[in-house]
Design a protein around this ligand. Structure first.
Ligand code: ZN
Length: 98
């Protein structure tokens, strides 16, 4: 056996895991993954949903000539769920403009 072989054998020996160690490691990785996925889902849920009309910008450039382009659906907040009494469809906006 050369020095190199001995070194490799030692190295491989260190890198050999028992079935229990592999199972435990897999379980730990799965738990971390689940925890991370849950954390991401929670953070996503906590984020304010962007207004579907202005895509969260609060303004529509095509309506710059009307109230400075403020999005009527979210009233410039950029957030979905902020429905004002003035909520109108795209066609309604055009009617209001002309
Ligand atoms: Zn909007």
């Amino acid at each position: 056996m050369t020095t190199n072989d001995t070194f490799l054998a030692a190295l491989l020996g260190e890198l050999t895991f028992t079935a229990e160690e592999i199972t435990a490691s897999e379980a730990a990785a799965a738990a971390r993954s689940a925890e991370y996925t849950a954390k991401l889902a929670a953070e996503r849920a906590a984020l304010p949903k962007p207004c579907g009309k202005c895509n969260g910008r609060g303004r529509l450039e095509m309506f710059n000539h009307i109230s400075g382009g403020v999005c009527f659906q979210c009233e410039g907040t950029g957030k979905a769920g902020h429905f004002s009494s003035r909520r109108v469809t795209h066609g309604g906006d055009m009617e209001a403009a002309f």
